[in-house]
Ligand binder design. Structure first.
Ligand code: SF4
Ligand code: SF4
Length: 435
C-alpha cells in the first residue's frame, strides 16, 4: 500500500452516518464559540463532508472551513453519538490533499517543512543552530527594536511565535540508555520528538530523570523519527505512514515494556498508528502491537507506584489540558494526580481547562488571528485563578501559553508536569526515617 492512496483517505460513510445533527457538540467547539458560524462548527463541517461524499465539488469555501478546524477533538468528547470527528477531519484533509492542487509557493513550502525539515535530523540541527544564533547573538533584540518586523508583513507577524532554541540539543542523547535509579522495574523507550530535540531539550532530559527516579531504564532509540502527527493533521497521510513504519521498526522489537512520549499531540497519533496502517498488509499487525505499547508519560507514571521521595515545590499552579491528551487519549486525571502528589504545590482549576489554547500543531502559524483570539480568552481564565505557574503536558501548548503570558498574562511561568516532578525529585527531602 506504500505510495498509494489508502481507502481511508476520505471520510467514511459509516463514520459520517453516526452524526445525528443534534448540535450538542457546538458549544464545545472553539471555532464555533468564536465565530457563531454553523459551517465552522463540528455539525456544519460534517454536513459539508457529507455533501462532498455525495459528489459535491471540493471548493475553496469547503477547504477554508475544514482547515479552520483546530482538530482539537473537543467535539468528540461532547458527542453522545460517538462520532469520531478526529478521524473524519484527518480523512477530509487527506482527501483535499489528493484531489486539489495548492499554489506552487504553498506546495514548495509544505514540501520543505513536512518532507525535508521535520523528519530529518540534519536539517533540523542546521535550522536549530541558525535560529539559536539569531536568538542568542543579539540580532533578535536588534530586529525587534528596529521596527523592521512591521515592514516584513506576515513574516514579521510570525517572528514573535518562533520557539526559543535550547543548546545543547537533545540529539546528543539519541541512542543512549539511561539506567534506572535503584532497582530496575521497567524497560521503556522514550520518543524524543522532532522539534522537541532542539526546543525542548531540557524538558526531555527532565523526563528521563523522572523516569529513572521511578525505576525505569530509559532507552532513546537511535532509529526513531518524527511521529507524523503534524503530517496527519495537514492531510499528508502517506508521509505519516512512512514515518510510522520507521518508528514501528525502530521500537517494536526492542523488548520494551512501554513506548513513552511527553507530548500529548504526538501520543495521540502514535496510539493511532494501527488506524494509519490498517490497510498495509505488512505492517497492520505490527502497528497494532506498537499502538498498544504507547503511553503518555503521565499516564504511565500515574498507573505505576510513584516514587514518593518528592521534595517541596512551593507554587500555586493551574493545569491546562492538552487537547490531544484530554480529548484524543482521554487522559485527564493522571497529570492532576501527579501534581497533587508534590508537597507544597497547590492546584487551582481554571474554567474550561480543556478548551483549546489555539496552539494545535502549526495552527497558530497558519491561522494566527483565530489562534490569538482563543489564546486571549484562555489567558483570561488562567489569570482569574491567580496561579503563578501554568502547567500542561504538551510542548506545543507550552509554546503557545508562553506567547500568551507575554501578551496577556501576569508573568506566569509555563512548565510541563515532568518539569515539576523533576524539580520535586531534585528538591531537598526530609530524612527517610522522619517521613
Ligand atoms: S475538532 Fe475542535 S475546532 Fe474542529 S470541529 Fe471539533 S471542536 Fe471544533
Ligand atoms: S457530532 Fe455528535 S454532537 Fe455533534 S451534531 Fe453530530 S451527533 Fe450531535
Amino acid at each position: 500500500m506504500a505510495g498509494s492512496e489508502a481507502p481511508t483517505d476520505a471520510p467514511q460513510q459509516t463514520d459520517l452516518d453516526r452524526c445525528v445533527h443534534c448540535g450538542l457538540c457546538l458549544n464545545a467547539c472553539p471555532t464555533y464559540r468564536e465565530l457563531k458560524v454553523e459551517m465552522d462548527s463540528p455539525r456544519g463541517r460534517i454536513y459539508q463532508m457529507v455533501q462532498v461524499a455525495n459528489g459535491a465539488p471540493i471548493t475553496e469555501s469547503y477547504i477554508g472551513h475544514i482547515e479552520l478546524c483546530l482538530a482539537c477533538r473537543a467535539c468528540e468528547t461532547a458527542c453522545p453519538s460517538g462520532v469520531e470527528y478526529g478521524r473524519l477531519v484527518e480523512a477530509a484533509r487527506a482527501q483535499i490533499e489528493h484531489r486539489t492542487r495548492r499554489p506552487l509557493a504553498t506546495r514548495l513550502l509544505r514540501k520543505l517543512v513536512f518532507e525535508y525539515l521535520l523528519p530529518n535530523r540534519t536539517s533540523l540541527r542546521v535550522a536549530g543552530s541558525a535560529l539559536y544564533l539569531y536568538q542568542a547573538c543579539g540580532l533578535r533584540k536588534l530586529v525587534r527594536g528596529s521596527g523592521v518586523l512591521k515592514a516584513m508583513g506576515r513574516i514579521g507577524e510570525l517572528e514573535p511565535l518562533t520557539p526559543p532554541v535550547e543548546r545543547p540539543f537533545f540529539y546528543r542523547h539519541i541512542g543512549r540508555v539511561f539506567p534506572a535509579q535503584g532497582q530496575r522495574k521497567h524497560r521503556v523507550a522514550l520518543l524524543a520528538g522532532c522539534i522537541a530535540n532542539i526546543c525542548f531539550a531540557r524538558l526531555n532530559e527532565a523526563t528521563v530523570r523522572v523516569l529513572q527516579a521511578n525505576g525505569c531504564e530509559v532507552t532513546i532509540p537511535e532509529r526513531q523519527t518524527c511521529c507524523g502527527a503534524l503530517h496527519v493533521h495537514a492531510g499528508l497521510r502517506e508521509t505519516a505512514r512512512r514515518l510510522a513504519r520507521r518508528n514501528v521498526d525502530a521500537l517494536l522489537d526492542g523488548g520494551f515494556d512501554a513506548v513513552l512520549t511527553n507530548a500529548g499531540g504526538c501520543g495521540s497519533t502514535l496510539k493511532e498508528y494501527d488506524e494509519l496502517l490498517e490497510h498495509d498488509p505488512q505492517y497492520a499487525a505490527r502497528a497494532r502491537r506498537f499502538a498498544a505499547l504507547v503511553k503518555d508519560v503521565n499516564e504511565f507514571l500515574a498507573a505505576s507506584e510513584l516514587n514518593p521521595r518528592l521534595g517541596e515545590v512551593r507554587a500555586t499552579v493551574t493545569y491546562q489540558d492538552s487537547c490531544h491528551l484530554a480529548h484524543g487519549q482521554r487522559v485527564r486525571s493522571a497529570p492532576r494526580q501527579l501534581l497533587q502528589r508534590v508537597p507544597g504545590l497547590t492546584l487551582r482549576e481554571m474554567s474550561m481547562s480543556d478548551l483549546c489554547c489555539g496552539s494545535a500543531g502549526i495552527y497558530n502559524v497558519v491561522h494566527t488571528d483565530m489562534a490569538m483570539a482563543l489564546l486571549e480568552k484562555k489567558m483570561r481564565s488562567i489569570n482569574a485563578t491567580g496561579a503563578g505557574r501554568i502547567v500542561t503536558a504538551n510542548p506545543g501548548c507550552m509554546l503557545q501559553l508562553r506567547v500568551g503570558v507575554t501578551r496577556y498574562g501576569h508573568g506566569q511561568q509555563v512548565s510541563h508536569v515532568m518539569e515539576i516532578l523533576d524539580e520535586a525529585y531534585r528538591a531537598p527531602k526530609p530524612p527517610i526515617e522522619s517521613q
